[in-house]
Design a protein around this ligand. Structure first.
Ligand code: 13P
Length: 247
């Protein structure tokens, strides 16, 4: 089947201020001839301003998390509906930093995915093993288990992507070998196809973890790699564009 349009998403994490929107605009200005979908996921307080700054252009805006409920007494949280109102079209869910820092379980992530779909947000669902899990030979078991438990059946009718982000590769400069990436992506694809049929065959499977301009071409050309979720290198337009142009 034809390869789905690759998605390159920048996860700014807890970085960036209003001044950083100039970088987002520079990314938009540098996309002539690029066929990949490109998204920037800034901190929640910048989503609305990023959406305004990028309106009408090729760069989509996403959030980094949502509360499963639409509204209510949940101090400090934001809902999927609020992200849509602010101009977001995508949301990263189940990032390992949220799983580790906030104790998010697979069941929590599945509930958030349902909330995203309720509001019309396209989820990017993150999975990935720790170094201890990989060294124990459990990477495929852990990752496919996360896929099965974090992705609810409602995704069969929706656009979504999965991001494979080995925890030990995030922000460390370490990356898996290409065969290691391909092994995990194949296992995710098999699981998705089993779970969702045709929707599972076409959902992009992104790789994330120390992606930079110098390694992007090799990673993005690997089998079943349908894009990238980029942390640190998405903060500078020049680096992010270097990755985007490697598609
Ligand atoms: P780095 O690209 O900084 O390793 O982060 C990856 C990541 O966690 C993206 O969500």
């Amino acid at each position: 089947m034809t390869r789905p349009t690759p998605l390159i998403a920048g996860n700014w994490k807890m970085n960036g201020s209003g001044a950083a929107l100039a970088e987002a605009r520079a990314v938009a200005d540098g996309l002539a001839g690029v066929t990949a979908r490109v998204a920037i996921c800034p901190p929640a307080v910048l989503v609305s301003r990023a959406a305004d700054a990028l309106a009408g252009g090729p760069v989509e805006v996403g959030g980094q998390d949502i509360h499963p409920k639409a509204s209510g007494a949940h101090t400090g949280d934001i809902s999927a509906e609020m992200l849509v109102d602010a101009g977001a079209t995508l949301v990263i869910l189940g990032h390992s930093e949220r799983r580790a820092d906030h104790g998010e379980t697979d069941a929590d992530v599945a509930e958030k995915v349902r909330a995203a779909l309720r509001a019309g947000l396209e989820p990017i669902v993150c999975v990935g093993e720790t170094l201890a899990q990989r060294e124990a030979g459990d990477a495929l078991k852990v990752v496919t288990g996360q896929v099965r438990a974090s992705l609810p059946p409602e995704l069969a009718d929706a656009a979504f992507s999965v991001a494979y982000e080995p925890v030990w590769a995030i922000g460390t400069g370490l990356t898996p070998t290409t065969p290691q990436i391909e092994d995990v992506h194949h296992a995710i694809r098999t699981t998705l196809t089993h779970m969702f049929g045709p929707a599972g065959e076409k959902a992009p499977i992104l790789y994330g973890g120390s992606v930079k301009p110098s390694n992007a071409a090799e990673i993005l050309n690997a089998a079943e790699v349908g894009g990238a979720l980029v942390g640190g290198a998405s903060l500078k337009a020049e680096d992010f564009l270097g990755i985007i142009r490697a598609v």
